[in-house]
Design a binder for this molecule. Structure first.
Ligand code: FAD
Length: 460
């Protein structure tokens, strides 16, 4: 049995921010990461950017992104399913993230070109999430944080409402007693059996974009121990990914951004949603859920030659064909139905001034579903198509926290010495929908708070 001031469960962005802050505050810190060292870092290692409030230009962001605009964007995607106090705390605390991350060794790159609308709102890590994580781990270890790998936490025991013991059945395989614990173990998206409780067999057709180690065991322990649950258990953040990708850990490269440039049909060759509803960064995360609700969880994005340079190329080459009929043949769709879908769409297109940088006037009329923007006839051969699956990024089910990141009890009040950060509590702020880069914001903001508060609690 070992004893430590602060025990951190998890090894991604939220966990490392917590570990660094707790250690800087003077606590002894042990971090248990389920994954082997080579795969450390959870979903955070796949990330590229973080959304930040800021006023004025700096080295990695341009113009202003104010608290009010940030909050308005959040309300827009969540439809109001957010906790205003926690949301505003997150937004305000994001202002100094860039500087704080620098102190943890993170470097920044100039705004990425080719992605819509992000240079003002999102700062990009030089080298991506892996470089960010490597910097964090180097900093943490230099400070004296002990990091152990292959160490999945299997049990979290409370004594009444107070943290007692944690059992890790990994490499250490032992009991750890700590004065405070920070649970930063992400969602449960990689646990397909748990997902099947809400989605049935469909869950086994999902691709999980991130780590296979986010199985949700620490979350389950907290909920069983009386933590207050938040977030719809069925909801997740999910994007359209190439159906030819791996089932786990495909990361960013399997995502497909072709949707707003063409049409998307289901296995019956029919369109089912407005492909041009809003700017892609605000809508890309709705497409995973849409495809998850289609028969056999499969869909097909179809575009023509004139738009092929308008989106970031994906990992796999598109299916290339000289006719729509040929595309139908490749995917086993009814050729006549697909041809009819495309010609009806083409007839509904209202010619306008095509402009991807704004909500342009290229819409459709008299067709259901409509395509509100960027609608152009699909008529310039060759045609291209990609098969799509729901690519699950993370789940929304989590535990409720307060402004000190203390896990709330179902019976009222807070659990003692139990803190949470990152995806495991993000559902309080993001009840549904998503804003690109906001997952890392929540993780870093609440990771820092949880680390500080856990150390304060442990050191008395
Ligand atoms: C492909 C992809 C791209 C993304 N891009 C972005 C982006 O650019 N910007 C953005 O803001 N968000 C992005 N996200 C979302 C982002 O990854 C998450 O919001 C964020 O990483 C969550 O951080 P976290 O620390 O809570 O969880 P994670 O980084 O997932 O970390 C969870 C950690 O807990 C560990 N763990 C799990 N169970 C146990 C256990 N039983 N015991 C011990 N450890 C355990 C895991 O191994 C892992 O280390 C992306 C996600 C994916 C999948």
């Amino acid at each position: 049995m070992r004893e430590v001031d602060v025990l951190i469960v998890g090894g991604g962005n939220a966990a490392l921010c917590a570990a660094i802050e707790a250690r800087r505050a003077g606590a002894s810190v042990l971090l248990l990461e389920a994954a082997p060292q080579d795969f450390r870092g959870g979903n955070s290692r796949h990330t590229r950017n973080v959304r930040q409030m800021h006023i004025g230009n700096d080295n990695f962001l341009v113009d202003d992104y104010t608290e009010e605009e940030f909050y308005k964007d959040l309300l827009g995607v969540t439809g109001g399913e957010t906790d205003e106090t926690l949301a505003r705390l997150t937004i305000r605390s994001s202002e100094d993230l860039g500087t704080w991350m620098k102190t943890a060794g993170v470097r920044w790159q100039p705004p990425l070109r080719g992605t819509l609308q992000l240079s003002r709102t999102n700062a990009f890590f030089l080298g991506g999430g892996k470089a960010l994580l490597n910097a964090y781990y180097r900093t943490a270890e230099k400070l004296g944080v002990v990091c152990e790998y292959d160490s999945p936490v299997e049990e979290i025991e409370l004594d009444g409402d107070r943290i007692a013991s944690v059992y890790s059945h990994g490499e250490t395989g032992e009991e750890v007693r700590s004065k405070a614990i920070v649970v930063a173990s992400g969602g449960f998206e990689a646990n397909l059996d748990w997902m099947a409780e809400y989605w049935g067999e469909a869950a086994h057709n999902f691709a999980i974009r991130g780590t296979p180690y986010n199985l949700g065991r620490p979350l389950r322990c907290l909920l069983d121990a009386g933590a207050r649950a938040i977030g719809n258990p069925k909801e997740f953040h999910a994007v359209a990914v190439d159906a030819r990708g791996p089932q786990f850990d495909g990361g960013i490269v399997t995502r497909l951004d072709s949707v707003p440039l063409g049409i998307v049909v289901n296995k019956f060759g029919q369109r089912f949603y407005d492909e041009g509803e809003d700017f892609w960064p605000k809508r890309y995360a709705t497409w995973g859920g849409l495809i998850a609700r289609q028969p056999d969880q499969i869909a097909y994005s179809i575009v023509d030659a004139k738009v092929m340079d308008e989106f970031i190329p994906s990992l796999y080459p598109p299916i290339r064909a000289d006719s729509i009929r040929e595309i139908a043949g490749v995917f086993g769709l009814e050729p006549e139905v697909l041809e009819t879908t495309v010609s009806e769409f083409n007839e509904a297109v209202v010619e306008g001034d095509f402009d991807l940088t704004k909500l342009d006037d290229c819409g459709t009329k008299d067709i259901t579903p409509p395509k509100s923007h960027w609608a152009q006839k699909i008529e310039t051969a060759p045609f291209f198509a990609y098969p799509l699956r729901p690519g699950i990024t993370f789940t929304y089910r989590g535990v409720a926290v307060d402004e000190q990141a203390r896990v709330q009890a179902e019976a009222g009040g807070a659990l003692t010495g139990v803190f949470a950060a990152g995806e495991v509590m993000a559902g309080s702020i993001l009840g549904r929908g998503y804003l690109a880069g906001f997952g890392m914001t929540i993780g870093a903001v609440f990771g820092r708070i949880a680390g500080r508060e856990a150390a304060k609690h442990a050191l008395g």
